[in-house]
Design a protein around this ligand. Structure first.
Ligand code: MTE
Length: 318
């Protein structure tokens, strides 16, 4: 695996979020106030150009670990609709149209709806959540997502008593998504890309629908205009460019489970003790770092989510 090094800082790095956060902390401290710098929280003149989200609420669920660089987060991606290697999605998704965009929320619910992305952005208060993302390929990143709890959207449609699972589906558009064209890259997956969660996992406060990162709207290669983020599960559960969310009675079949059920299951909870059939999951490489670090059960979110699986064999929750 080739890991890109963060390049020297240039003028283009004005949105580097580590700097952004340092400045923000300084502004909140007495120093800046004494100096009369009364900038509101969430705004910094040095990074204002290009910042799309203001007044982001900070989340108690955020990790304070060092952030992965914006450059790495946006140039080392898995998005098979835009190619098989890590570099293709950034290049091949450049002209992907994410406006207009609608999501249908349907199935076992009393008030199904179709909602446009602009309405989502104005109706749901966006927060910043800094989460670890642990890919099944044994690398990880720390990403400052912008988003809102999936639970807020699901409550709007009023799930029925029969709703036990939630299925998510990505857009199918071979004209825009070269990975979906037969022949060009081969027909690698059975499109559309699908994912699923149990309803209580979907309603958990950690589960996020993300519309941005590093304070700006989502880059196309990261799943614009809206993607799922489930931080205690392997990255493939975090489905990108969602067009439908369906409440279901039965457990849905997710793309990777359908593709290789001997390697991928429905739960995909991060578990360092359960190896992938072809490699160990005990350690991971944080993108941008050289040495590997131990992987944590539930990717470090055990305190919040381990109880969802009481009575189940953690070795079977892959
Ligand atoms: N969603 C869709 N629609 N297609 C994909 O190929 N890849 C998954 C997930 N969501 C994928 C997807 C995998 S394997 C990972 S690790 C994460 O997206 C990567 O997210 P990132 O590129 O924002 O880091």
């Amino acid at each position: 695996m080739i890991i890109r090094r963060k390049p020297e800082l240039t003028d283009n790095d004005v949105t580097d979020y580590n700097l952004y956060r340092q400045r923000r902390k300084f502004i909140q401290s007495g120093f800046a106030l004494a100096a009369g710098a009364m900038l509101p929280l969430g705004f910094d003149s040095a990074v204002a150009a290009g910042v799309k989200f203001n007044d982001l609420k900070e989340s108690p669920f955020s990790t304070d670990e060092e952030l992965t660089s914006l450059e790495a987060i946006t140039s080392y991606n898995n998005f098979y609709e835009f190619g098989l290697d890590k570099e293709s999605p950034a290049k091949l998704s450049r002209d992907f149209k994410t406006r207009p965009w609608e999501i249908s929320v349907n199935g076992e619910c009393h008030s199904p709806m179709t909602i446009g992305i602009e309405d989502i952005l104005s109706e749901f208060p966006m927060e910043e959540r800094i989460y670890r993302l642990r890919c099944v390929e044994a690398w990880s990143m720390v990403i400052p997502w912008v988003g809102f709890p999936l639970a807020a959207l699901l409550k709007k449609v009023e799930p029925t008593m029969d709703a036990k699972y939630v299925e998510f589906t990505t857009l199918v558009d071979p004209e825009q998504m070269p990975g979906q064209r037969r022949g060009l890259f081969g027909y690698v997956l059975d499109w559309p890309y699908r994912e699923g969660l149990r309803l209580d996992e979907a309603m958990n406060p950690l589960t996020l629908l993300s519309t941005g990162l590093y304070g700006e709207q989502l880059p196309n290669q990261n799943g614009a205009p809206i993607r799922l983020v489930v931080p205690w599960k392997y990255g493939f559960k975090s489905i990108k460019s969602i067009v439908s969310i369906t409440l279901k009675r039965e457990q849905p079949l997710n793309t990777w489970q359908a593709q290789a059920s001997n390697e991928y299951g429905f739960y995909a909870n991060v578990n360092p003790e359960v190896d992938h059939p072809r490699w160990s999951q005990a350690r991971e490489r944080r993108v941008g770092e050289f040495l590997k670090r131990p992987t944590l059960p539930f990717n470090g979110y055990a305190e919040q989510v381990a109880s969802l699986y009481n009575g189940m064999d953690p070795k079977k929750l892959y």
